[in-house]
Design a protein around this ligand. Structure first.
Ligand code: FMN
Length: 359
């Protein structure tokens, strides 16, 4: 199988050097698409479906790269859905300043994912202007910052080319909603009903401050707790949630939009995953992440990107195609009246069950 390298933006000498390891390793199996126009032409002719895609984007110091926006415009165009159906991807963002690389990476991953592209855990290599974000990896691999950048690009390419894991036998659902009034929880229950007996479902509520937020222990302390299946605070997180996470093939987060963010209870759950993640990061890469997101008015895309940043880019969960079901409803029960909601819930259930990998 070929690896398709999609280059967007003006490029830089540093990015060219970093991609050298990928070019060396994949040689004739590497196909290059240079520029947004070539990307659009390939996408519109259906040539990017079922492909392994490595996006490499250079962004200037101001953080705004027109070619990236052109590509996002194509991927987010509702008239052209499923442009990347069946593909597997990864993203390299080469920046000139200390800012904007994560934002550019998250936006591209979200847009490509909703267009049908699957992403492995940790699918983003970002290079900030100083490359200081490679300090830890450079020390670990006993190389310099540029060497760590180059090695990270090569490892990402290998990850994209590996066979994706897909199992959905055991689904863990985390929510913090009120059963009587929550639209997001009602929407999840529609998805669960549509799943029928196709998977074993375990639901855990983290409502009412049952989970204290992370205390920020030292790395070694946190890792030590994690290896014992524990965390400084203990409680429901270590007694119930950690074992359930380790059992799960699929994690579904049920997220109302609170101030364009996941709610505080869900954020505390994510932060407190750190200890178990430190001890089991490889096994997290085998778990698929889905989200059910309901906003009263707008902003579900921001919540989806926050979840991608925290759990896919940072915590290594794999991102299956179109990982989020995004709806708008505000008053209690309003989701029930949304046009076509049962069909969309059933479609999402089919994706989770793996019956339909890509629409
Ligand atoms: C504290 C709080 C903050 C909220 N912030 C937003 C917001 O920023 N944008 C928005 O569209 N809806 C916002 N909402 C509305 C919810 O997203 C909406 O009620 C939706 O139905 C999901 O919440 P539910 O699952 O609890 O019903 C907010 C609701 C609450 C209680």
């Amino acid at each position: 199988m070929e690896l398709c390298l999609v280059k967007l933006g003006a490029g830089s000498e540093r990015l060219a050097l970093a991609l050298g390891g990928v070019q060396e390793a994949y040689g004739e199996r590497l196909q290059e698409i240079c520029g947004a126009k070539a990307f659009s032409a390939a996408a519109e002719s259906g040539k990017l479906r079922g492909k392994r895609l490595l996006f490499a984007v250079h962004i200037p110091a101001a953080g705004v790269e027109a070619e990236l926006y052109e590509a996002l415009g194509l991927l987010q165009d509702p008239q052209r859905p499923h442009t990347l159906a069946g593909s597997v991807g990864g993203v390299i963002i080469d920046g000139e300043s200390e800012l904007y690389t994560k934002d550019a990476g998250r936006r591209l991953i979200f847009a490509a994912n909703m267009a049908g592209c699957r992403f492995p855990g940790k699918p983003l290599v970002e290079a900030t202007g100083s490359l200081r974000n490679f300090k830890v990896l450079a020390r670990l691999w006993q190389t310099d910052l540029a060497g760590a950048y180059r090695q990270s690009c090569r490892l990402l390419a290998d990850k994209i080319m590996a066979k994706p894991q897909r199992s959905a036998e055991h689904i863990l659902v985390i929510h913090a909603g009120n059963r009587a009034t929550s639209n997001s929880l009602a929407l999840w229950h529609k998805v669960a009903a549509a799943l029928g007996g196709r998977a074993e479902i375990e639901e855990i509520s983290v409502r009412n401050g049952q989970i204290w937020d992370c205390r920020g222990c030292k790395y070694e302390e946190c890792k030590h707790f994690g290896e014992q299946g524990n965390c400084f605070y203990g409680g429901v997180m270590t007694e119930k949630v950690y074992p359930a996470i380790l059992r799960a093939d699929v994690l579904v987060l049920v997220c109302p939009n609170y101030n364009d963010s996941v709610s505080a209870n869900i954020m505390a759950f994510i932060n407190r995953l750190t200890a178990v993640f430190r001890a089991h990061d490889v096994s997290f890469s085998q778990k698929q992440l889905y989200a059910v997101i309901v906003s009263g008015y707008s902003g579900g895309d921001l919540v989806a990107q926050q979840i991608i940043g925290a759990l896919n880019i940072n915590k290594n969960f794999a991102l299956p195609p179109s990982f989020a079901l995004l709806e708008t409803a505000n008053d209690p029960g309003e989701i029930e009246a949304a046009a076509g909601i049962d069909a969309r819930a059933a479609q999402f259930a089919a994706q989770i069950a793996g019956a339909q990998d890509c629409r």
